[in-house]
Design a protein around this ligand. Sequence first.
Ligand SMILES: [Zn+2]
Length: 389
Amino acid sequence: MNPKMLPTLVQLSDHELLERVKRLAEREREATASLIAHLAELDERRLYLAEGYSSLFTYCTQVLHLSEHAAYRRIETARITRRFPVILEMLEKGSVNLTTIGLLTAHLTQENHREVLNAARLKSKRQVEELLARLHPQPPVPSSIRKLPNASHISASPPAQYDDEPSSQLTGQGQEVATQGLSSLALMSPRGRPATVVPLAPERYKVQFTASAETYKKLRLAQDLLRHQIPDGDPAAIFDRALTALLEELAKKKVAATDRPRESRDHVPGSRHIPAEVKRAVWLRDGGRCAFVGPNGRRCTEQGFLEFHHVTPYAVGGQPTLENIQLRCRAHNGYEAELDFGTRNLPVVREQRECYLGPEKSISFEGAETQCNSVRTELGFANLHASAG
Ligand SMILES: [Zn+2]
């Protein structure tokens, strides 16, 4: 690209810029689909051999200068495309992407491919994983707790990262077991494996994360204290109870939820303080989701890190009432503050920060700080989404 292009873009209107980006993305998809079709033919003729390369992968990385990841994805797609050419058309239209094809590859047959591809149309990676879990339910994984190797024995080089690779988790059982059978040294980063949540079957998920020694002690203690209610000490059941308690506590704190809502006694007219009953009502009305609606009519779908937003800013007399308060994600709250700042010349005041726990994406498990004592916990349990959502 001509480096002089950047300064010229400043002159585009917002509309022109948005339209141009859409067109460019379309052209990129067309180019990718076309490259994949040509790679499929090159692969068939095995032209890379005569060119002095042992594989199409080497050819792609060394001659075409694709990253290993990009080469892997394109070759995999090129090969499946020979069996199901309809994929090319879908890639070009953007109704499926390379990640989706990677996830589906092992599951497509002559009989089902149209139906499965159609069901995966415009779906996110998570949704495609759920689709596959419905197609091929996996048996629940047993709960397990394992001590990880001492950090000093862990190779400093980063582990082979195939988490994002197609079907590495979902072809599931075989591959996952094979992975676990390898030397754990090769698999563990110094902080342990990244936390994963993988759908196994409808309503069943495998959750895996690395816990610190402290967390492990808490789990053991909870197992002891709950022995009469959860005799087998199943971590999945304990985890569910812990999350239920946590969500109740968070709801009380963040959403000002209570079993017995009462009128707030301490609201002072003109105060910036948002009364608890207003917060509750706003949260319920907005469905625990950012209520920003763009000029194109699209409402934001963010459910994590929500904040209370004054529609008419507090600085110009906006009141903390149900009518004037809405939920916003952090990005949209900041965006609107900037708009207000620009158009009304107000001092930028951050809205009051109130964070909620959205569905799974806001749940994060910290890896072990004390690696030498870290313990990997694997929980196979049902209805995580029902509990969290
Ligand atoms: Zn938003």
